[in-house]
Design a protein around this ligand. Structure first.
Ligand SMILES: C[S@@+](CC[C@H](N)C(=O)[O-])C[C@H]1O[C@@H](n2cnc3c(N)ncnc32)[C@H](O)[C@@H]1O
Length: 258
């Protein structure tokens, strides 16, 4: 796999949100400053995403979320091998590698940007049974039909909730594409579950986690990855069974005020 010359800023980054962190990429005698969320630029360079987040910052979230999905389903007496998974915020497909190891029956990736689908086809061809590029906050009829046809009974979303990525409405719309009784496994930054945090997303997530729409089977605090200063960033990994569709009015007022 191709390697890149990257350099993180020397200054402390504590005041920056995760999506605001930048790094310098040196290539062909030029230096480009990119943000962690410049996914188009990152995905179009094979191996850059993996080098930053998985090699250097030691992200372990896809493996963690897959492992809690496996243990939760096993303990409930369900099989992972029959699961039909919607992987929301699929990016270049790292979660699909983990889901393939679990032997899930079908995996469909969804992402909002075409460059994610292109990178996935380039680097992990064939891992997803389908990959749909769409906006789940405003789902067009064709994409809705395509997704509904898969009859999903599992939703995964890894390292994609909050921080300018997947908004509450997109997550809830994906949640509602899963049949009741299906599995949901995802991760969130630990502060989203803390009661002194009052962002729209943390409120929605707490409603979801602590009310009746999701029956929690596994909740675990773990080290998601390192910050660029080498500090651990903690997340919760959550796996549970969906009990019912989430009414959209749970998120629409919050979404309108975003
Ligand atoms: C940090 S990456 C995580 C990718 C992958 N799940 C992983 O663990 O490596 C976040 C992904 O979420 C996608 N994303 C952001 N907003 C989204 C939205 N509204 N709907 C679907 N995907 C979105 C981004 O395009 C990006 O590919």
């Amino acid at each position: 796999m191709q390697r890149y010359r990257i350099q993180f800023p020397t200054a402390e980054s504590e005041h920056l949100d995760q999506d605001e962190v930048t790094f310098d990429l040196h290539e062909g005698g030029e230096t480009t400053r990119l943000r962690f969320h410049d996914y188009d630029e990152i995905y179009r360079r094979p191996g850059l995403y993996e080098q930053i987040f998985y090699d250097r910052l030691q992200c372990r979230s896809p493996a963690k979320v897959a492992s809690i999905l496996r243990s939760a389903t096993e303990q409930a007496g369900d099989l992972t091998t029959t699961l039909r998974v919607l992987d929301l915020g699929a990016g270049n497909g790292i979660m699909a590698e983990e889901l393939r190891r679990l032997g899930t029956a079908r995996i469909v990736g969804v992402d909002i940007i075409q460059s994610a689908a292109d990178a996935c086809e380039r680097d992990r061809w064939g891992l997803y049974d389908d990959y749909v590029v769409c906006d789940l906050t405003d789902l067009d009829e064709a994409s809705r039909h395509e997704l509904e046809e898969w009859s999903f009974d599992c939703l995964t979303t890894v390292a994609a909730i909050g921080f300018g990525d997947i908004p509450p409405l997109a997550f809830v719309n994906a949640f509602n594409l899963i049949r009741p009784g299906g599995w949901v496994a995802f991760n969130i930054k630990q502060t989203f579950l803390e009661h002194d945090e009052h962002t729209d997303f943390s409120t929605t997530i707490r409603e979801l986690v602590f009310t009746d729409y999701l029956e929690i089977h596994h909740l675990e605090r773990y080290r998601h990855r390192l910050s660029i200063d080498g500090e651990p960033i903690f997340y919760y990994a959550i796996a549970g069974k969906k009990t019912a569709d989430v009414p959209l009015d749970l998120v629409l007022p919050a979404t309108a005020s975003n």
